[in-house]
Design a protein around this ligand. Sequence first.
Ligand code: S3P
Length: 438
Amino acid sequence: MTTSPITATTDTVLVAGAGPLRGRVRAPGDKSISHRGLILAALAEGTSVLSGLSRGDDVVRTAAALDAYGTRISAADGDGRVVVIGGVERLGEPERPIDVGNSGTGLRLLLGVAARLPFLSVLIGDESIHRRPMERVVSPLRAMGARIDGRDDGRLAPLVVRGGDLAGIDYAPSVPSAQVKSALLLAGLGARGETVVRERVATRRHTEELLALAGAAPEIGDEGGDHVVRVRAADLSPFELDVPGDPSQAAFLVVAALLVPGSEIVVENVYVGPGRAGFLDVLIRMGADLEIVRRDVTTADLVVRHSALLATEVRGAEVPGCIDEIPVLAVAAAFAEGTTVFADAAELRVKESDRIATISSELARLEVDVEATADGLIVHGGRPRPSGAVRSYGDHRIAMALAVAGLAAGPGSGIAIEGFAAVDTSWPGFLDTLDALR
Ligand code: S3P
């Protein structure tokens, strides 16, 4: 191992136990907001300006998809600023299949757009995307009138959509999913009548927030305890958007600082609006020294100091608000005192990898005492000294969570993470940001 805690060979990264992390950093632009910002700008008639966009491959592919439909999008400048010349009238039948790569959000949101467009769209992705469940979006979009086919009767990509002539529906998704909600709202913008989505557990609200920015605020209410969103056909107005930092990416920095003795960092300008800040509640319950310094209603600077953590339980309605952070929360739990339980999180099995299987197998390789359950994890905490070789399974969040375990390993320990390039789907600069904190 070299003196630097992080060294990369082709696709394997070695992460050694680090000294204190210190300084101020920014997480990359929020991925969920970046996808939606681009899509809504493509639908809005006129010129929108978006800055701070995620540079991850997932978002790059959504931009490329919109370009294939006919939206004009400038190349991102050094600040991730792009100019989008949008309008529904510009959109036409793409000549080739649209390849979303690894992006579930890209695919599901673009399905909502394709459903309203009166021509053929063919949507494909990588191996992981072709395993992920699509019926949750395909079935309500078919009920709205879109003709959609795909493998296993449309349950799996590749998917072929012949859209147009949609009618609104009143729909309660069977799984709490912002992707499903957003796909239906996007389709509803081009449908006759009203489209209503009823969520038992409210999910992230980026689509609702950005629709308001584009002058088409949906009606949002609480009906019998359900979070209910209603949209009608609308023309969107162009807008300016400065994308805040991604809380799901900030989570890796936050947990790293909590675990590495002597650390004190500030992660600036992180989105902490509804449906995204759940991991902060979990960590605070675990005893994290964590200050949330508000900038405005939905963004904050996170001030984090090394802390001794205690076990907790994460289950029920809390899960959708921290689903993407569970891999790194499991790493935090491995270093906490006591046994942490993650339950009601079967959705983890259908993310970029089966995250219940992948995080438990890789933490077990690092000699963490962890059990996989049908719908979660049981992590027996302690003072592990992770070392050895692990794999990402092509999943960016598994790779970054394991890197955090490596940093926390303590002097003289280190882990090798194979398949680290998966991180590029969401955060190509992750290692540089960690280096900047040393
Ligand atoms: C996302 C919603 C979540 C999340 C994903 C991004 C979004 O998925 O896991 O990483 O941008 O809407 P589900 O909505 O399917 O739970």
